[in-house]
Design a protein around this ligand. Structure first.
Ligand SMILES: Cc1cc2nc3c(=O)[nH]c(=O)nc-3n(C[C@H](O)[C@H](O)[C@H](O)COP(=O)(O)O)c2cc1C
Length: 289
């Protein structure tokens, strides 16, 4: 007699254009095990190969450029050496029949000058300082005062995302996930609590979501297949210390998700509540008001 219970979790599935051996995904987890050069090592290949029986691995979040860094020893995906390091990882995962996408990261204001080229200030949508400490090569330090990105700098930022997406493709990833969650740069543009711009990237929801949608456009173009692109969002993650979440979470994210839906992406990946904290909404927030 056949077993009537169907165990779907262990059956293969297509996630957009990515064929997964099962329906179990490993969340992106920062390990801080790269060198100062952001090059993944043999240890990365061993670590990810050990976890390749998950249908999908989302890589630890990976800096798109030197200015994107906010934590010491996190890997990057903009130099040839980094691409070679990641190639060892993707080969090791594929050998075990796993799939892996690269999470593309820019921390925005959540950084320290010691981690940035020439001791630069962190950049964000506006010069609104975050609260909190980040992990530098000399231990935990308060995050530094950020400056607002100039309008003229946005094309170069988009080019950094494009180049990183292209590098991820070269490194043999099965796709990429844009990190637009957890109060990092793309989220700092979306949230009206941080974004105080008066140009076409600030103010209305159309303007605040513009950067993310332009990033999606750039990444999809590089991959030539939106079914290999995902986006991570965390609508209700409390902000980094001093700023509230968006004043209209449902309005902002309903608009954004409708827009993202037009791209036929592989997936949208949500954080439920706040990472390493409560699943509940911060006090005083009523999503359905
Ligand atoms: C040590 C640690 C590192 C993490 N690194 C990342 C990361 O690189 N990128 C990311 O989007 N989320 C990161 N997260 C958040 C996790 O992906 C995940 O959302 C969180 O642990 C909640 O998972 P759960 O909803 O499965 O319980 C990290 C969480 C922890 C605890």
């Amino acid at each position: 007699m056949s077993n009537a219970i169907k165990n779907d979790l262990f059956e293969k599935v297509n996630l957009g254009s990515i064929e997964l051996a099962n329906r179990i995904a490993m969340a992106p987890l920062t390990r801080s095990r790269a060198g100062s050069d952001g090059v993944p090592t043999d240890l990365h290949a061993i670590y990810y190969a050990q976890r390749a029986s998950a249908g999908l691995i989302i890589s630890e979040t990976t800096n798109i450029s030197p200015q994107a860094r906010g934590y010491a020893f996190t890997p990057g995906i903009w130099t040839e050496e980094q691409v070679e390091g990641w190639k060892k990882v993707t080969d090791a995962v594929h050998e075990k029949n796993g799939k892996i996408v690269c999470q593309l990261w820019h921390v925005g204001r959540f950084s320290h000058t010691s981690l940035l080229p020439d001791g630069n200030a962190p950049v964000s949508s506006s010069a609104v300082k975050a609260e909190g400490k980040t992990f530098t090569e000399n231990g935990f330090k308060d995050v530094s005062e950020p400056r607002a990105l100039e309008l003229e700098e946005i094309p170069a930022l988009l080019e950094e995302y494009r180049h990183a997406a292209e590098s991820a493709k070269k490194a043999g990833f099965d796709g990429v996930e844009g990190h637009s969650a957890n109060s990092y740069l793309l989220h700092q543009f979306i949230r009206d609590s941080v974004n105080q711009r008066t140009d076409k990237y600030g103010g209305s929801v159309e303007n605040r979501t513009r950067l993310l949608l332009e990033v999606v456009e750039a990444i999809v173009k590089v991959w030539g297949d939106s079914g290999r692109v995902g986006i991570r969002l965390s609508p209700t993650t409390p902000d980094a210390g001093n700023t509230p979440i968006d004043s209209d979470v449902m309005g902002t994210f309903t608009y954004l998700i409708d827009k993202l839906n037009e791209y036929n992406l592989a997936y949208i990946h949500f954080v439920e509540g706040s990472t390493a904290a409560s699943r509940e909404l911060p006090e005083g927030i009523d999503l359905y008001q």
